[in-house]
Write a new protein. Structure first.
Length: 75
């Protein structure tokens, strides 16, 4: 038997130094509040910088999250 599918969402982060946008997957239960700061490596700055999380999502991301919520993936 297969385990229950975990509902994931994509969170958009923006580097405070150069403005690079990155997407990271998060479990629904581990969402962060708007303005949460995550320190991670920025490939443009070539160093660990602060990324701001919880900025506005684009339409594509919202579509897939809505679709996943409505589908019967977890059954």
């Amino acid at each position: 038997m297969m385990g229950k599918a975990v509902k994931m969402e994509t969170s958009k982060l923006i580097c405070e130094e150069c403005g690079t946008e990155m997407l990271i997957p998060r479990k629904r239960g581990q969402r962060r509040e708007k303005g949460h700061v995550k320190h991670m490596y920025c490939y443009k700055c070539k160093e660990t910088t602060a990324f701001i999380e919880g900025v506005a999502k684009d339409d594509t991301m919202q579509f897939w999250e809505d679709w996943q919520e409505k589908s019967d993936i977890d059954e």
